[in-house]
Structures are given as C-alpha cells and as structure tokens.
Write a protein that binds this ligand. Sequence first.
Ligand code: HEC
Length: 144
Amino acid sequence: MTPDHMENGRWYTAEDIPTFKIAEDGTIDYATFSGYRRYSAECHVCHGPDGEGSTYAPALKNSVQTLDYYKFQEIVASGKQDVNTSANLVMPAFGTNKNVWCYIDDIYVYLLARGVGDLPRGRPAKKEAKSDDFTAQENSCMEG
Ligand code: HEC
C-alpha cells in the first residue's frame, strides 16, 4: 500500500493500485478527502457513516482489506444481490453514475485509509490542496 507515484493528482503503488497518503501531522492527500465526500454522499445511506457498516450493508472499511481493488470496482460497477427467503440485500450498480464512477478510486482509497491507515472517523480535518492535475482529470471524466 506504499504510495509510489502520482497520476492525475492521485497516489498509486508501484503496482499501479490506488492508495492513500497520510502525513505525520495527519494531513491527507486530496483524493482520500474526495473519497470521504463521495462515500458520504453515495454509500453512507446503506453502508453507514465512515465505512463502519450498518444492519443492512457490510462495513466497507473491512471489505477493502479482503476484496482486491479490481473485485471492489467490479462490485460497484455491476452491483450485487443476496435475495432469498431470509434476506433482501441489494447493492445497486453504479457503473453509469458519474458521481460515483469518476471518483471510484477516491472512494476506494478513503475506505483503505479508514480500514488500515488509522484515518479517524468523521470529516478529515486536514487535507492537501486540490491539484490542477486532479481538476483536469475530474473535468474530463464528468464531461466525457
Ligand atoms: C441501496 C443501498 C446501497 C448503496 C447506496 C450502496 N450499497 Fe454497497 N452494498 C449494499 C448491500 C445490501 C450489500 C451486500 C450485498 C450482498 O450481500 O450480496 C453491498 C455490498 C457492497 C460491496 C461488497 C462488500 C463485501 O464485503 O462483499 C461493496 C464493495 C460495496 N457494496 C460498495 C459500495 C459503494 C462503494 C457504494 C457507494 C458508491 C455502495 N456500495 C452503495 C447496499 C448498498
């Protein structure tokens, strides 16, 4: 999970998997903050605040420790269901929802930071500024 290089204003490992970066004073990278905001807007309603889970849907801060990045993307894109006589659990598909899909890496790194990075609950207090590279990629995704 060690951050190795930046692309489009986001941190990646040497294997090109998105990751988070938390400075010693607690300042988080902008993508992780962006993930907090998107998670809170789109996932919180079912998965509970701060990736902690709810009675309805699993704690995603734990899920990202066992699901790999590609599996995570696949579930968010296509959805997942467990509907039978004793359960009616429906995870919607978000692959065509730009408010989720343009920020899927951000949501992933936010959850990783919550699960393994000791990021405290709640709105992160200190964040890096949004970079021009991040803005450019965001605009092209949202308009594309
Ligand atoms: C309408 C409610 C709802 C919303 C909104 C929702 N989910 Fe889910 N999600 C679920 C349910 C229910 C499950 C469990 C499905 C199952 O057990 O088959 C689930 C499962 C998942 C899983 C698999 C977890 C695991 O441990 O196997 C991932 C990953 C996931 N959701 C990500 C997200 C993300 C990211 C968002 C926001 C972009 C989101 N979900 C929004 C209801 C929701």
